[in-house]
Design a protein around this ligand. Structure first.
Ligand code: BEZ
Ligand code: FE
Length: 295
């Protein structure tokens, strides 16, 4: 049945070379069938999804075999998910969707720190430490690092009592949640900024590491001729009343994977060069948060 609204304005640009558009009335019918959707946003998003999905099938001239393989791939992706493994997030990350959703939802601009992907290894609130404490729970053979941060508003006013959550990998390229040999909470912690917006902690230099690539996301990376590595980074999640939560990383300059991060998370403003003195590395960074009033 041909039905529905907006028939004339369908973006049916995916014609065959002959100019023929395969089965346009099907797309019209499917979109028309959701006209009664009560939630306007659900209707808007589903209409766009249907239009783009149908356009994709037409443009790619998808074969039955390819669609069967795609369904099997998505099935394996779901089967790989557990309490400790979110394969759909990895898929979204390696296809650049996580970074795009982030870009659509976060402002950038003078005085504001760029955001980047959360990733699957945030493990919820951690022990709160005081200024200058170490986030290590066991000795590690890595170059010592001290991070000194300031959290301010876009205009540079210090934000006191902001919650700063940090996490990073161990030198074996694994987060504590991936490695039974590491104590829980190793290389992750929370801090509160003081009245000058300052916090600091001791750690070790992070290392580059592969994202989990023993599942469907890893197979897809391999099929596309891509590696699974992320450049070395420390994660930050900064929350303060009246400000938009900032989820970001700091990357180390000179890392071999800065230009080919498997999840597209690198932004130039987030690359830092630690100062080194007598073997101690120091990163000083200023984090600017967006006020919710101005958003
Ligand atoms: C991470 O940086 O922890 C991460 C981000 C995306 C996918 C895998 C890991
Ligand atoms: Fe990470």
């Amino acid at each position: 049945m041909v039905g529905g609204r907006r028939t004339e304005s369908f973006p049916m640009q995916h014609a065959k070379p002959s100019g023929e558009i395969v089965f346009p009335e099907l797309t019209e019918d499917v979109v028309g069938r959701i006209a009664a959707t009560a939630d306007a946003r659900v209707r808007e998003v589903m209409e766009l999804l249907i239009l783009h999905l149908h356009a994709f099938v037409r443009e790619a001239s998808l074969t039955n075999e390819e669609w069967k393989n795609a369904v099997a791939f998505l099935t394996r992706t779901g089967q790989m998910c557990s309490d400790n493994r979110q394969e759909f997030i990895l898929l979204s990350d390696i296809l650049g969707v996580s970074m795009l959703v982030d870009a659509v939802n976060n402002s950038a601009g003078t005085g504001l720190t760029d955001s980047t992907v959360l990733g699957p290894f945030y493990a919820g609130p951690q022990r709160e430490l005081t200024h200058g404490d170490t986030i290590l729970l066991r000795e590690e053979d890595g170059p010592p690092l001290i991070v000194e941060g300031t959290v301010t508003s876009q205009n540079g006013e210090p934000i006191g009592d902001a919650l700063v959550e940090v996490w990073q990998t161990a030198p074996n390229q694994l987060y504590d949640v991936q490695d039974d040999a590491q104590p829980d909470g190793h290389l992750r912690a929370s801090f509160r900024t003081d009245e000058r917006g300052k916090f600091s902690f001791k750690s070790i230099l992070p290392v580059s590491y592969p994202i989990p690539d023993d599942g469907p996301a890893g197979q897809l990376l391999q099929m596309m001729g891509r590696h699974p590595f992320r450049p070395a980074h420390v994660h930050f999640m900064i929350s303060a009343r009246g400000y938009r939560m900032l989820v970001t990383h700091l990357f180390l300059s000179g890392d071999a994977y800065l230009d080919s991060d498997a999840v597209f998370g690198v932004k130039p403003s987030l690359i830092v060069t630690p100062e080194e003195r007598d073997g101690l590395h120091r990163i000083v960074y200023h984090f600017g948060l967006e006020s919710l009033d101005e958003a």
